[in-house]
Design a protein around this ligand. Structure first.
Ligand code: AKG
Ligand code: FE2
Length: 372
């Protein structure tokens, strides 16, 4: 069945479709969510936790505490979110990893509203957090993204790929497929002097947001909130995989000369196995990705002009800053700039997206020469 939404995935700008989703659980109350998750095995789940103090360092995982609690304990905090002086985030959870029969029958969802009826809960990712829970500003290197707001309100700050240099991109903490910005946008405290344009969009239940590949995003809960997203692979992923391999190669080489505390500073906690990966392994992976590269650059589809009415308005950075600032008792001591070590600054210079673009070009040139 074709629809005017067939070509959304080709849009180069973020699009917002208010109240597009018709998932049956969109009008659930906290008590319904609580009941669903209370059926979960009584085990402790891990939650990222933070406070409301101001800091120039983003809430990267290594800057956060992790606490364990049951879903019942979490939903008690979720229910009384406005009074908490800390936030808790059950974030980036692939639903496939913790499905139960109960969850499958209740969270019976598909992405047919955006023309991906075959994508279901098992392909999707869940984010549940209390007020203030947030994800530092980053770019996802693979795919494009559809997000449905399921419960509560969530704020997305979006910056175009053309702002990449101005976002001060870093690869530490290193995480495959995420490029972070050095700026901490929490509660609007960040100074981002060179950024020229940005958009802010607040999602409510039923809203569907499309985020094209390469767009920077900072995401914060304005209330206790639940959202579900799905990443759709793209043709550009083949090239992104090669770039990710080059970054991995560089980072893992530099790790060899570091002590344990320096390594901890470089790697995101989920990337520990990079320390045991051999250079040969990474080079084999790189070769595999290069071999897979199609001979011709695939031509991208075109987004229908009718969809432009769903585009999100962009503003200059100054008005965005005013809009997102929330007075939240900055503690002067916490606001010190983050000072990175020489080694960290070197990794980030070598792994800057512009440098990697040049390296990938040179590497592919030498590769075709070798294979002539
Ligand atoms: O909702 C969030 O906290 C972050 C979501 C995100 O980064 C994404 O969907 O790519
Ligand atoms: Fe993301």
């Amino acid at each position: 069945m074709s629809s005017h939404l067939d070509s959304v995935r080709w849009s180069k700008r973020p699009l917002l479709f208010p109240k597009l989703s018709d998932w049956p659980f969109l009008d659930w109350k906290v008590s319904d969510w609580k009941m669903l998750f209370e059926t979960f095995p009584i085990v402790d789940y891990e939650f990222r936790k933070g406070n409301f103090r101001c800091s120039q360092a983003p809430s990267w995982e290594r800057n956060c505490e992790f606490v364990k609690m049951t879903m019942s304990e979490f939903f008690n905090k979720f229910e009384n979110s406005a009074n908490n002086d800390e936030w808790f985030y059950f974030d980036y959870k692939h639903i496939a990893a913790f499905r139960t029969e109960e969850l499958d029958s209740k969270l019976d969802l598909t992405w047919k509203c955006v023309q991906f009826p075959d994508k279901t809960a098992k392909d999707s990712t869940l984010w549940m957090g209390t007020t203030g829970a947030h994800t530092p500003c980053h770019v996802d290197t693979y795919g494009c993204n559809f997000v449905t707001q399921v419960f509560g309100r969530k704020r997305w700050l979006l910056f175009p790929p053309s702002e990449t240099d101005n976002m001060k991109p870093v690869r530490t903490p290193y995480e495959e497929s995420s490029i972070y910005s050095s700026f901490n946008f929490f509660r609007g405290c960040a100074q981002f002097p060179e950024v020229k344009e940005a958009a802010v969009v607040d999602l409510s239940p039923g809203d569907v947001l499309f985020v094209p590949n390469g767009w920077w995003h900072y995401v914060e809960n304005l209330s206790s909130a639940i959202s579900i997203n799905v990443w759709i692979p793209e043709e550009s992923d083949d090239m992104s995989r090669i770039k990710e391999c080059l970054v991995k190669y560089f980072v893992s080489t530099t790790l060899k000369g570091m002590n344990a505390s320096e390594i901890e500073e470089v790697l995101n906690p989920n990337e520990d196995d990079l320390t045991s990966m051999s250079m040969d392994q990474i080079v084999r992976e790189l070769d595999f990705c290069v071999e897979k590269l199609p001979d011709d650059v695939p031509s991208a589809g075109k987004c229908s002009d009718d969809l432009m009415k769903y585009g999100i308005p962009f503003s200059d950075a100054e008005s965005i800053k005013k809009k997102i600032f929330v007075d939240h008792h900055c503690t002067i001591g916490d606001c010190k700039p983050q000072i990175d070590s020489e080694k960290i600054r070197l990794i980030n210079a070598f792994c800057h997206p512009k440098v990697i673009d040049t390296v990938v070009g040179k590497y592919l040139e030498s590769y075709s020469f070798k294979n002539k």
